[in-house]
Ligand binder design. Sequence first.
Ligand SMILES: [Zn+2]
Length: 693
Amino acid sequence: MNTFYVTTPIYYANSLPHLGHLYTMIVADAVARGKRQRGIETFFLTGTDEHGINIERAAQKAGRTPKEQADYVVSYFTKMTSEFGLDTAHGGYDIFMRTTEPFHYEGVSELWRRIVKAKTPKGRDAIYKGHYEGWFCAACAEYKTEDEYQKPKNEGDPPTCLIHDTPLDRVSEESYFFRLSDYDEALLSAYEKPDFVRPESRRNEVISFVRGGLQDLSVSRLKSSVSWGVPVPGDPEHTMYVWFDALTNYITAIGFGNEERQKAVGFEKFWPALHLVGKDILRFHAVYWPSFLLAAGIELPRAIVAHGMWLDPNGRKMSKTLGNVIELDALHRYFSNDTIRYFCLREMVFGQDGRFGYEGLIDRANSDLASGWGNLSSRTLTMIARYCDSRIPSGLIPEDKLLLAKRTGVDTDETTVAGFIEHARHQFVQHFDNLAFSKALEAAWSVVARVDKMITDAKPWDLAKDENQKQTLGAVLYRAAESLRWLSVMLYPVMPEASLAIWKQLGLGGSPARVDPTELKWGEQKEGAAIGEVQPVFPRLDKAKIMAEISSGASTPTEAAAAAPEPSAPVVHATQADAVGVTSFIEIDDFAKVDLRVGQVLSAERVPKADKLLLMKVDIGEEQPRQILAGIAQYYEPEKMIGRKVVIVANLKPRKLRGFESQGMVVAASYGEEGRPVIATFTEDVPNGARLK
Ligand SMILES: [Zn+2]
């Protein structure tokens, strides 16, 4: 069947989207577009994993229900997918899967029921009830073995998670177990298919993990300890282990266990999937997930492909503390989606770690896009406009002009350049199908370089001066235009917007989204066809200006504030200087974007180890009070804040300070050299939630 199914992981809805999420989505989106271009009916899934103790706790902390907490995080994901052109409206994913969907509950329950009835390859029950005791990391949602945690410094303290650095919980309770230990041989034989787990290095890791012996997996928690999840069928006192529930989304999304969904998408039609995952969650996808499927008698995934992580330009992990995090807001503000897509796919050798910095991104955009493909496109089209009256010239040099053409250094045999491009196309498609995007793009750029050289050697600006060389000039430009057409088709999955723009400038109808690159034929552009309006597709980026703006934090005030030392962070400063020295004006609409609300402080306390921060609960007329941090602790006693009316910036993007989420900002004046804060307030009575305008 001519169908294809590609998935990103569904992201745990306890943190806001970041570059890692964006990257996997870009890869999946490019794969999906590449398949659709070839006429293959494709289903592309991304989404969020919304259950588990971690979400329950985050919700509690934020004064929300777990579902509200998930909705809140999802709103940031859908904002990201829309801004970066990855959602359905932009031709991206087919479903934003959420594990809180009722059809997912049905499907997971169906999978559980099947596995409960199943026998392992060794003839035992695949699921059994037992007791589990161990150290559990809520953030990882998994029990930790001795080599997976940090032993405590003081005896009697709990060990801490190596990943999260947070204390582990000692958990002992009745639990259902999946008899993973009986699946080692079945898994090892699945890994024999060389492409099943990729890349090779990761496959070897997985094989040695399984050879090292598998322990049965606890697949439920008592409802009394974790209630936010899918209940175990027939035993509602148990909640399914969040990974069992989450991994199953890949089949429930396309209709497993739910008739309506089955009709809308079709499980048999699209399964098995290509799973794209980060290397940190490979074990769940390459060991647990295939075992569940084996137990349920469901076909294994097509492949599980682990990609590397983005490091900073110096090869360090990105972290807020180091201040080397790439901010999605800055990416969106300064770079086109195609530029970001190109950089991601060109810069990371798929499977290995890559390095991401704004400077590198600007350099690549300028060298490969503005000076490379973009320049080739605009110089070719500009010359067609100027020398050929904006019409595609003929690609043929008549017999009697061949000698003259040869004498000026033009290759009279067009199959030389056509053959070069056909070969590059072949390489491109092959690498792309192998997810070797970096190599595929190198192949495409060999075309850019080749055609650039062809133009430079032929010097069309000189040919244009000689009436006898008119046809030679036309042939050179035809070859360049035809190369651009091929590049637009090849590069469409990577840079859909730019490809379409160049396609239209060539005056072509339809869309490169519908042209199969393997079926491109040289010479199909029609002589005499009018080209479109010529416009630069990749304007040059002003590196100095962009870098200055990014490093001054102008692009992301909230993120910058979160990383800055406390006093300046949570308070809007109206300094004396500002008051007397307003130098630029905004429109009333700009002001209207800031949602200022009257609030009343319900509670206030100091934040441990942060002498400037107060942690407050503020009622701004919503169902739940907001948790807000303010850098005012040196001037305001917590007791004195309780009951006070304050002004809150209510639509400020929430951010974390010292491990606490601040859901807004307290407005204060600031004066003196130390920037002493004075909280804005009211002398008349005003209800909580009233808007300032
Ligand atoms: Zn952890």
